[in-house]
Each structure stands twice: as C-alpha cells, then as structure tokens.
Design a protein around this ligand. Structure first.
Ligand SMILES: NC(=O)c1ccc[n+]([C@@H]2O[C@H](COP(=O)([O-])OP(=O)(O)OC[C@H]3O[C@@H](n4cnc5c(N)ncnc54)[C@H](O)[C@@H]3O)[C@@H](O)[C@H]2O)c1
Length: 338
C-alpha cells in the first residue's frame, strides 16, 4: 500500500481519423500542410494489395506527387533502415511521409523522416547503450500512419521506432516525441487483404494489450508523483479501463469471424475499432508481466515461423517476443475469464 497514494492519472492520444474510406482523404489532410511531394513507405506484401497505389492516386487530386518505396523489411534491421534512409536522402527532399502497412512500414517511415530532416547516422539516435541516444535538433516532416495490419503494434500512435541491430544481435529502439505520427488513419477497408495468420497474430496483440492494461496495477497504488515526474504509462485507471472493456467486448464477437473470413467487413471494422480502443487503454495504463517476460523467453526460441509471414526470414526475436506475449495474454485470459 502506498504511503502517500497517487491521486492523479493522465490521458493522451494521437490525432486520429477512423473508418472505411478514411485513407482516401489523406491528400486533403496533407494539402492543408502545403505538401507537394510525398514519399509513401510500404512493404512488398502490402504493395501487392494495391492499397499504397490507391492512396497515391487519391493524393493526385490535391496536386500532390507521391513516390512509393516498397522495399520495407518485415521486422526492420539497422541495415534495412539504412537502405531506406539512403533512398529517402537520394530522392528527396520530401514535404511529408505516408506509411501504409504494419509496424514494419510505420517504423521504417519514422526512421526515414528522422534522418532526411536531421544529420548523422541511425546509431546516433538509437537509445543508449546500443547507440548514442541523441535527440533530433531539427523539426521532422508530417508523417501520416495508415496501419494495414489490425493495428496490433500501436506504432501509428507511438513515439518509438523498433529495429534489430544485426551485429550485436539485439533489439533496440529510437524513442523521441518528434517521431510520433502527426495523424493516424485507421481505415478497415485496407485490412481486408490482411492474411488470416497476420489477422490472428495482430488480434492476439490487441487482446494482450486490452487484458494487460485492464489488469495493470491501479494508479492509486503508486506513491504520489510530482508534476515533473509524470510518465505516459500511469497504471490502470477509469478511463483506460473503459477503452479496454469496450475492446474486449468488440473482440468477443469479431475476432474469430475476422480470422475465418477476411472479407467480413463488419468483423474487420470491429477489430480495427477494438485495436484503436485497446491502444487508447494500454497507451495510458501500460502493460505488465507478459510483456516483461517476453524478451528473455523469446531469446531462447530458435525456429519459430508464424503462418502467413514472409518465410525467407531467419530467426526473428521480435516475432518471438510477440508469440510469447500472446501466450502470456492467453493464460491471463483464462485466469480473468468469467
Ligand atoms: N513502434 C512501435 O511502437 C512498435 C511497437 C511494437 C512492435 N513494433 C514493430 O512492428 C513490427 C511488426 O509490425 P506488424 O505486426 O504490424 O506487421 P508487419 O508490418 O511486420 O507486417 C507483417 C506481414 O503482414 C503483411 N501485411 C500487413 N498488412 C497487410 C494487408 N492489409 N494485406 C496483405 N498483407 C499485409 C506484410 O506484408 C507482412 O508480411 C515489428 O518490427 C515490431 O518490432 C513497433
């Protein structure tokens, strides 16, 4: 029990546009910033769905030229990000960036945005001890994040870019408030082409986020903080609880349907809404044991290859992290179930 229990919690969320057709309005949204030349960042799998091309076409109506970079590496590495940044620097300057894809594309767009607006190398900005942990000195360009997986990672609203540093065999991140996308556009119609395996994995991410934030240590059990000590993740609280509960009830009726029938638009919409709600919850309450356990357990897994992800990948810690993350959420679900 806290000596001087906390009595304050905080709530923050990114600018958001939600709903089928929302991605068609990106040209309008970017025209308000005066953008004329934009880089769309995506991966080959998402590019095959035609969504990035559709976003580019619609931007033309607002006099915006869009170039598509579709070489994003699934689970970005320092090498893949450096390649993407070199592309961005060679073909720039850009007035804005649009990431169309899952966390891999959104994180790659964050790195390109950072390093086409600021000097130096990737490792200058990667968190210590892996990198120098430098902060950007120049403002970044607008970044619109359009998740096409069921927003499991939440990268469309976070200030983080996650990467594998190959030589060191470690996972690291770049973390700065300026990395947060300017606008998140969650358009369920872009998720219809998401393969069943990806729908299942991203869905388990959502479930884990909602359950962990709902069962997180309540904010009132912490010692009271001073104004300058406040942190984004402040423990479970009535507002985060409300989003987590709503996310769970939406998933109860849509998760299985979305995996079984990817064309079930209503189920896709409910899952996208559930992911957004869960993000509003865990983005403020935080997560706990399953996430904390994930890294050490995941490092011991050598050959896990999830269904419907690119098969040419070597062992990938991030994916394992999520696999165990999901296993954790399931056991928690059993304990907390009705
Ligand atoms: N920045 C953050 O806050 C944060 C948080 C957690 C995880 N991450 C990172 O996010 C990455 C994982 O992202 P993810 O799980 O969203 O998936 P992803 O971007 O890695 O994509 C997974 C696969 O799904 C395919 N795909 C996605 N949407 C599709 C669609 N609509 N149609 C057809 N195929 C589609 C992709 O082509 C790819 O093969 C990892 O690198 C992880 O480290 C970032």
């Amino acid at each position: 029990m806290a000596h001087n229990p906390e009595s304050v919690f905080t709530y923050g969320a990114p600018r958001l546009k939600f709903g089928s057709g929302a991605a068609d309005e990106i040209g309008y949204d970017l025209s308000l910033t005066g953008a004329k030349r934009v880089l769309i960042v995506t991966d080959a799998g998402v590019a095959a769905s035609g969504s990035p091309q559709r976003v580019a076409e619609r931007m033309k109506e607002f006099g915006i030229e869009a170039v598509i970079y579709h070489q994003v590496h699934i689970e970005p590495t320092d090498a893949s990000l450096e390649e993407a940044v070199a592309y961005g620097r060679d073909l720039g300057p850009w007035d804005a960036f649009v990431a169309v894809g899952g966390g891999s594309s959104i994180d790659t767009a964050k790195a390109i945005n950072l390093l086409t607006t600021n000097p130096g190398t990737l490792l200058d900005y990667v968190n210590v001890p892996v990198g120098q942990g430098k902060a950007p000195t120049q403002p970044l360009m607008p970044l619109v994040a359009v998740p096409t997986t069921t927003t499991g990672t939440g990268s469309e609203s976070t200030t983080v870019c996650v990467l594998d540093v190959l030589d060191l065999k470690v996972k690291a991140g770049i973390s700065h408030a300026l990395l947060r996308p300017t606008l998140a556009v969650v358009d369920p119609s872009l998720m219809v082409s998401q393969p069943a395996g990806v729908t299942a994995c991203a869905g388990m991410d959502i479930l884990c986020h909602a359950l962990e934030s709902y069962t997180a240590r309540p904010y009132t059990t912490y010692e009271r903080k001073a104004a300058d000590q406040r942190v984004p993740y402040c423990g479970s609280n009535p507002i985060a609880d409300m989003w987590a509960e709503k996310a769970l009830s939406l998933m109860a009726t849509s998760f299985r349907r979305a995996v079984r029938d990817g064309g079930d638009v209503q189920a896709r919409e409910s899952m996208a809404l559930a992911a957004t709600f869960a993000g509003m919850g865990f983005g403020n309450a935080g997560v706990h044991i399953p996430h904390a356990n994930a890294y050490p357990i995941a490092g011991r897994v050598k050959d896990f290859r999830p269904k419907d992800y690119p098969n040419d990948e070597p062992m990938n810690p991030a994916r394992h992290v999520r696999g165990f993350d999901r296993a954790g959420s399931l056991s928690l679900h059993v304990r907390c179930g009705p």
